[in-house]
Design a protein. Structure first.
Length: 538
C-alpha cells in the first residue's frame, strides 16, 4: 500500500471516529431542535462517508471497489444539503430559505435514487495510487455543482450574518464558519481525480477540523443550546488514555526486544517487568492529573466541583427568596381589595345586624372574599416551597398574563407598556407553572430595570421546530456586548446592586424543563430573550 493511500486511509479513520462521535452526542444531548437534528445528520453522513472510504480503500477486486465507492457517495450526497439546512436553522432563517432548501433536497433525493446506476458512477479505474477510483456519470456533474453552490451559499449566509450578529450568537456563527470552511475546501480535493486532474485528496484531514471547532463552540458558547458542565476533566482523561496506550505500547516493544536479543521466554519475568513499570507509571499519571487540573481550572478538580455545587445551591435559594418577596408584594395588592370589602361591611354590623338581607349579603361577601384570600395565600405558599419541577400541560399565554397582572402596578408607575401576542393556536407547553412564573417574573423585572424612563415590553409566542417559543422583547439599553456570551453565568450582572443570579436561575429552570433560552440585542435598541419549551402531548 502506497504512502498516499495510507495517508487517505488514516485521515478517513480519524474523520469517521470524530464525526460519528460528535453526531451521536449532539442528537442524544438535545434532539428536538431542528438545528441539532440537521447538524447531527450532517455529521453522521460525514462519518458514514469516511467509514465507507476506509472500506473502499481496502477493496481487492473491481466489483468490490465499484460497490464501496457507491457507498461512499451514499454518505457524501446528502452532506451539502444537510449543511445548508443546518446553517439556515442556525441563523433562524429557515422559513426565508425554504425554496433553496427544497430545491437542494430534491436534487439530493434524485441523486441518491440513481446512485446504484451508471448515471452517478460509470465504472472504476486506477488513478494515481488508487486502484478503484470512480469515473463520473452525468448526475455526478450535477452533484459537483450542487456541492459547490450549497457550500458557497451556507458560508455566504454566515459571512453576511456575522456583520450584524452580536454577542453569543456571533461567536457561535464564527466558530461554525471557521471550522466548516476548511472542511469543505479540504473535502473538495477529492473531486480532482474524478476529473482526471492528478491531485490526490490531500485535504481530507481538514474535514475533522470542523469537529474541533464545533466541540469548542459547544463548550464555550453553548452552540445549539447545549451547555456542558465539566465535572471531570475531559482533557485529563484523553491525555491519560493516550499516555497509557503509548506507555504500555513502549513497554511491550521493549520487552519483546529483550526477548529477541536475550532469548528468554519466561512469562513470570515478563509479568514482573510489566508490574515494575506500572508502578513507575502511576506517579506520572497522578502528576498529569494535577497539572491539567491546575492549568485548566486553577484549582484541584474535586474542590472545583464542590464550589460549583455550593454556588448553584446558594443561587437557587437566593433567587427563590427574591422571587417570593416580589410575588408577596403583588399578592398584598391583590389581598387589599377583598380586605377593603370585608372592612366596609364590618362597619355596618352594629347598625344592621338585625337586617336579614344585610346578614345574607354579609355572609356571601365574607365567604367569597375569605376564599379569595385563602386562594391567594395558598398560591404564595405553594410557590415558595422548594421543590423539583412537576411539568404538566400549561396554557403559557395565560401564565404570562397572570404574571404581568401581578406586576402591573409597578410597570405602569415606570411608564412601561406591555402586551402579549399568542401565535401558538392553543398548543400547551409541558412545564411547571410555578417555576415558569418565576422565569417570567425575572425576565419582566430585568426588562423593567433596563427601561428606567419607560418603554415597551412585548411577549410573543409561536410554534417553532416542534417547540413552543416565547420571545420577550424590550426597548431598554440592551446587554453589553462583552457580557452577551456569559449573561446566563452566575454572578454576571449589568446592575450596580444586582447579584447576577437571576438569569442563572432562569437558565437552570429551562434546562430542567428540557428547554432553551437565548439572549441577543435588537439592532434598534433593547434586548430579546427567546425561550423554547417542549410541547405538551395532546
Amino acid at each position: 500500500m502506497s504512502s498516499m493511500v495510507t495517508y487517505a486511509m488514516a485521515t478517513a479513520i480519524v474523520n469517521t471516529l470524530t464525526s460519528i462521535s460528535l453526531g451521536l452526542y449532539i442528537i442524544a444531548r438535545n434532539p428536538k431542535p431542528l438545528t441539532n437534528r440537521t447538524f447531527g445528520m450532517f455529521t453522521l453522513c460525514v462519518g458514514a462517508y469516511s467509514l465507507s472510504y476506509v472500506i473502499w480503500l481496502l477493496a481487492k477486486e473491481e466489483q468490490q471497489g465499484l460497490f464501496w465507492i457507491r457507498m461512499v457517495m451514499m454518505g457524501c450526497i446528502p452532506i451539502p444539503t444537510l449543511f445548508l439546512h443546518f446553517v439556515a436553522c442556525l441563523l433562524d432563517k429557515a422559513p426565508e430559505k425554504t425554496r433553496a432548501i427544497v430545491v437542494a433536497y430534491s436534487f439530493t433525493a434524485a441523486t441518491l435514487l440513481a446512485n446504484t446506476t451508471s448515471l452517478v458512477i460509470q465504472n472504476v479505474q486506477q488513478k494515481l495510487a488508487f486502484p478503484f477510483w470512480g469515473n463520473p456519470g452525468p448526475l455526478f456533474h450535477i452533484y459537483t455543482v450542487q456541492f459547490t453552490i450549497c457550500a458557497f451559499l451556507a458560508h455566504y449566509w454566515m459571512h453576511r450574518e456575522l456583520k450584524t450578529a452580536t454577542g453569543n450568537q456571533r461567536e457561535q456563527i464564527k466558530y461554525v464558519f471557521v471550522g466548516t470552511l476548511p472542511a469543505f475546501l479540504g473535502g473538495s480535493t477529492n473531486f480532482f481525480l474524478w476529473y482526471d486532474i492528478p491531485i490526490p485528496p490531500v485535504g481530507n484531514i481538514a474535514i475533522s477540523f470542523y469537529v474541533a471547532m464545533v466541540a469548542y463552540a459547544i463548550l464555550r458558547n453553548q452552540l445549539m443550546d447545549i451547555r456542558i458542565v465539566i465535572k471531570k476533566s475531559l482533557v485529563y482523561s484523553v491525555l491519560v488514555t493516550l499516555l497509557t496506550v503509548g506507555y504500555f505500547g513502549l513497554v511491550y516493544a521493549v520487552e519483546r526486544s529483550f526477548q529477541s536479543s536475550m532469548g528468554y521466554s519466561s512469562r513470570w519475568l515478563s509479568l514482573s517487568a510489566f508490574a515494575l513499570m506500572a508502578l513507575v507509571f502511576q506517579p506520572l499519571k497522578i502528576g498529569i492529573q494535577r497539572l491539567v487540573d491546575w492549568i485548566i481550572f486553577r484549582v484541584p478538580q474535586e474542590e472545583l466541583v464542590k464550589r460549583m455545587e455550593r454556588l448553584e445551591e446558594q443561587a437557587l435559594q437566593a433567587e427563590k427568596f427574591k422571587a417570593v418577596s416580589t410575588l408577596a408584594a403583588g399578592m398584598a395588592h391583590e389581598i387589599k381589595n377583598p380586605l377593603t370589602a370585608l372592612l366596609t361591611f364590618t362597619e355596618f354590623i352594629p347598625e344592621r345586624h338585625k337586617d336579614p338581607e344585610f346578614i345574607k349579603k354579609l355572609h356571601e361577601i365574607f365567604s367569597s372574599e375569605t376564599r379569595r384570600i385563602q386562594g391567594i395565600v395558598q398560591e404564595l405558599l405553594e410557590f415558595s416551597k422548594p421543590k423539583p419541577p412537576h411539568p404538566r400541560p400549561v396554557e403559557i399565554g395565560r401564565l404570562i398574563e397572570s404574571t404581568l397582572d401581578l406586576l402591573a402596578g409597578d410597570l405602569i408607575k415606570r411608564g412601561i407598556k406591555y402586551s402579549v401576542s399568542c401565535g401558538h393556536d392553543g398548543v400547551q407547553a409541558q412545564a411547571d407553572p410555578d417555576q415558569m412564573r418565576q422565569v417570567f417574573m425575572n425576565l419582566i423585572q430585568n426588562a423593567a430595570d433596563a427601561m428606567p424612563e419607560g418603554g415597551s415590553l412585548e411577549f410573543h409566542t409561536r410554534i417553532v421546530e416542534g417547540c413552543l417559543e416565547i420571545r420577550v422583547t424590550d426597548t431598554g439599553h440592551g446587554i453589553p456586548k462583552h457580557l452577551l456570551a456569559k449573561i446566563f453565568d452566575p454572578f454576571v450582572t449589568t446592575k450596580p446592586a444586582g447579584t447576577g443570579l437571576g438569569l442563572a436561575v432562569v437558565y437552570s429552570i429551562l434546562q430542567q424543563h428540557h428547554g432553551t433560552i437565548r439572549a441577543e440585542n435588537r439592532p434598534d435598541g433593547g434586548a430579546v430573550f427567546t425561550l423554547r419549551l417542549p410541547v405538551a402531548e395532546p
